[in-house]
Design a protein around this ligand. Structure first.
Ligand code: SAH
Ligand code: SF4
Ligand code: F3S
Length: 472
């Protein structure tokens, strides 16, 4: 059995939610307005998913929501530590909040997530940003009601960043950002320790949810009108290894595929070393699994891959990709790439470009290496200058943009089924949604189509999106 946070502990949190609710109701009667909370999320889908739980708990506790920090009574930033710029953004925001807190000392300013799970960062925040009165780490999310209650009643800051004891909290209230599609965590943490990466340090060891817990969440989502389910984990292919029964990720996918009402299944992220044939066959055989795979390769040079502790070679990666393409023709591929790993040379970078050219990904997420304190790679010296690294980064984008455009061009004339997300971000007169392979499609249509599946004929391709018109 997955180790769970005890029922008593979850009951304690429920009681704090009720206490907060009572206080918030009294506040509303006295002040003629509801107490408001603001949440902001940095980082990956895991954090987005956690924020939905934070908002779920806040809602149950009687808070309303605002996006205007000047009218918020509680401000919570859910932070990311994966690269330095993610942390700098939060430090920048804290500077602004310092002034606000001087004028409105009653505001509760809270930080949670991966960044504050690093003790040296939390120490720094406490020293230079004493206006922050609530800090809780990734493993303390379920305790937010108790910690928030304490922060609202104490002058001293409430800080709790205990490391994980491996227990999973089930049944935290959740407020989903979108009705038609949702992320469902299947596992937490990471055991891979890629030498550049902070995630294993701030998210703890891998732990899987019981399949019943995952399936119950999926069924609840479907009952609420959700049709697209994205299964989430740092390395979904490790799913089930820590459970005391025979089950792996492809088994779980097949179970979700059998849930009536689910129309689309996506998942993220798979580690190339663990991408099993079984999973490839599940993508091929399950009618609801989208023809799409995100498979980060990070670097093309075998020496760099070794220093990154990725545990596969360029050749092995390319072989897996070939197999995927063979079994699931037309599958859409994406990846993550790091440019400028400390020991990366000009020759090494050519190997990265070679993978990009050979695989022909539909799109890539590329990052310039960022030094993370406490990781093994932080001790390595750089070979290339900053300028050379930036030049390589630009070259990578140039090569990929041509490929992305070519891949998108191939969609022109096709009719695709689109799940409509909402008004297009780039053109307010258009709707926007995603096709099976996850490409963004913009088209003219009535807002009543949001949340529905429609057929769209693709008329035009761009580098990062497609345009089309309703086919029916
Ligand atoms: N578990 C997922 C996601 C990890 S974080 C995976 O393994 O793919 C998302 C991406 O951030 C990584 O794939 C990697 O490309 C990038 N990343 C992680 N640490 C980084 C660092 N120190 N500097 C730059 N990019 C980094
Ligand atoms: Fe980080 Fe590697 Fe784990 Fe991904 S697999 S989260 S890159 S350590
Ligand atoms: Fe995600 Fe950033 Fe944490 S990428 S797991 S929010 S360090």
């Amino acid at each position: 059995m997955a180790k769970l946070i005890s029922e008593e502990q979850m009951k304690v949190q429920k009681d704090f939610i009720m206490k907060l609710l009572e206080e918030n109701n009294n506040f509303a009667v006295k002040n003629g307005r509801q107490r408001l909370a603001l949440t902001e999320t940095y980082g990956c889908q895991q954090n987005e998913n956690d924020t939905e739980r934070i908002r779920g708990m806040l809602k149950k506790a009687g808070f309303g929501f605002t996006e205007d920090q000047n009218e918020a009574d509680v401000i919570i930033y859910n932070t990311c530590a994966v690269r330095e710029n993610a942390e700098q953004k939060v430090f920048g925001r804290l500077g602004i909040l310092k002034h606000m807190k001087e004028q409105r000392p009653g505001v509760v300013i809270g930080l949670c997530g991966c960044m504050v799970q690093q003790p040296h960062i939390t120490e720094k925040i406490r020293k230079i940003h004493p206006q922050v009165n609530l800090i809780f780490g990734t493993h303390e999310l379920y305790r937010m009601p108790e910690l928030l209650y304490a922060a609202m009643h104490r002058r001293k800051a409430v800080v709790s960043i205990e490391p994980s004891d491996g227990a999973i909290a089930e049944d935290i209230p959740v407020l989903h950002a979108e009705a038609q599609k949702a992320w469902v965590s299947v596992m937490y943490g990471c055991n891979n320790f890629c030498t550049y990466c902070i995630v294993p340090y701030v998210r703890g060891r891998e732990r899987s949810r019981e399949p019943e817990a995952v399936l119950n969440e999926v069924r609840e989502l479907v009952a609420g009108g959700c049709t697209e389910i994205s299964l989430l984990g740092q390395n979904v292919n490790s799913y089930g290894k820590d459970l005391d029964r025979e089950i792996d990720f492809s088994d779980l996918i097949r179970m979700v595929n059998d849930v009536p009402g689910v129309k689309r299944i996506r998942f993220m992220t798979s580690h190339p070393k663990d991408l099993s044939d079984k999973l490839i066959y599940a993508i091929r055989d399950c009618d609801k699994v989208c023809r799409q795979l995100h498979l980060p390769f990070q670097a093309g040079s075998d020496r760099v891959l070794k220093e990154m502790n990725r545990r596969y070679t360029k050749e092995q990666y390319l072989e897996k990709i070939e197999k995927v393409k063979r079994e699931v023709p037309g599958i859409s591929l994406s990846t993550d790439v790091i440019v400028g790993f400390p020991t990366e040379t000009a020759e090494d970078f050519k190997e990265t470009l070679d993978v990009i050219r050979k695989v022909e990904f539909d799109n890539i997420f590329s990052f310039i290496y960022s030094r993370r304190e406490g990781t093994p790679a932080a001790k390595l010296d750089f070979v290339l200058s900053e300028e050379e690294i930036h030049r390589n980064f630009d070259e990578l984008l140039k090569v990929q943009n041509e490929i992305s455009k070519r891949k998108n061009d191939a969609y022109v004339g096709r009719t695709e089924e689109i799940l409509v997300d909402g008004i297009s971000k780039t053109d307010k007169n258009m709707l926007s949604g995603r096709c099976d392979s996850s490409k963004i499609v913009n088209f003219a249509g009535d807002e009543s189509l949001v949340g529905k599946y429609v057929k769209v004929r693709i008329t035009e391709s761009r580098t990062w999106s497609l345009n089309g018109e309703l086919a029916e």
